[in-house]
Design a protein around this ligand. Structure first.
Ligand code: 5GP
Length: 216
C-alpha cells in the first residue's frame, strides 16, 4: 500500500464497449502527453498479432494469474470475454509515487472496483459510447483483431457494457476521434484545478495572509 497517496495525480478510468475506441484514445493520449501513463494490465488472453509483452499487456497463464490473486497483487481483476484481466498494484503505486497521471482501460467491473478502492479520491471515470451500433460492429469487423465468433461475443457483451453508462462521471460519444481526445484532456485539466487536488493551497493562502500583514 502506498504511504501517502498523491492526490494531485488523476486516475482516469475509461470504459466502453469493445470497439468504441477507448484503447486507441488512451494510446494516443499517452503518446502525446508526457505526464500521463497507461496502466498496463495483466491478462490471460493470448497476445494478438503485433502485441508485445509489457506494452499492451503483461501476458500470463491462468495459474500465474491465480497466484497473483492469492497474493492480493491486483487492485482489481475481472473475467472479460472468457479471459482474466487485472490491474497490478505494484505498477500503479510506482506510477503514483512518481506523480504520474494514469489512464486505466478497463471494463465496467474494473471501473466499479477502482472507484470503490483506496484510490477512489483520485479517480475520475469516463464512458465512451459509439455513435451507433452499426459503427461499433463495423469497427470490430474491420480492425481484424478478432475472429467472427469473438466479434459476435463482443457485440453481445456491448449491450451489457453500455448499460453501465450512468455509473461514470463523464460520457463522451466517439463520433470524432480528435474531439473526444481533446475532451478527455479538457476533463483532466479541469479536474487538476479542483480545490481538493491543489495540495499547496493552504500554504499559499498562509503566504498571502502574511503578505496582507505586511500591508497593515
Ligand atoms: P481486449 O482483449 O480487447 O484488449 O480487452 C477486453 C476488455 O478487457 C476491454 O473492455 C478492456 O477495457 C478490458 N480490460 C483490459 N484490462 C483490464 C483490467 O485490468 N481489468 C478489467 N476489469 N478489464 C480490463
Amino acid at each position: 500500500m502506498v504511504n501517502k497517496l498523491n492526490f494531485n495525480s488523476i486516475l482516469v478510468v475509461i470504459s466502453s464497449p469493445s470497439g468504441a475506441g477507448k484503447t486507441s484514445l488512451a494510446n494516443s493520449i499517452v503518446k502525446e502527453y508526457q505526464s500521463i501513463s497507461f496502466s498496463t494490465s495483466v491478462t490471460t488472453r493470448p497476445p494478438r498479432e503485433g502485441e508485445k509483452n509489457g506494452r499492451e499487456y503483461y501476458f500470463t497463464t491462468k495459474d500465474k494469474f491465480d497466484l497473483m490473486i492469492k497474493r492480493r497483487e491486483f487492485i482489481e481483476y475481472a473475467q472479460v470475454f472468457g479471459n482474466y484481466y487485472g490491474t497490478p498494484k505494484d505498477k500503479t503505486e510506482e506510477l503514483l509515487h512518481n506523480g504520474r497521471d494514469i489512464i486505466f482501460d478497463v471494463d465496467w467491473q474494473g471501473g466499479t472496483k477502482i472507484r470503490n478502492s483506496y484510490l477512489a479520491p483520485s479517480v475520475i471515470s469516463i464512458f465512451i459510447l459509439p455513435p451507433s451500433i452499426k459503427t461499433l460492429q463495423e469497427r470490430l469487423l474491420t480492425r481484424n483483431k478478432d475472429d467472427k465468433k469473438t466479434v459476435k461475443l463482443r457485440m453481445k457483451e456491448a449491450r451489457s457494457e453500455i448499460s453501465h453508462w450512468s455509473e461514470y462521471d463523464y460520457i463522451l460519444v466517439n463520433n470524432n476521434f480528435e474531439n473526444v481526445k481533446k475532451n478527455i484532456i479538457k476533463i483532466i485539466e479541469i479536474e487538476k484545478i479542483k480545490r481538493n487536488r491543489q495540495n499547496y493551497l493552504p500554504d499559499f493562502i498562509s503566504k498571502l495572509n502574511n503578505e496582507f500583514d505586511d500591508f497593515i
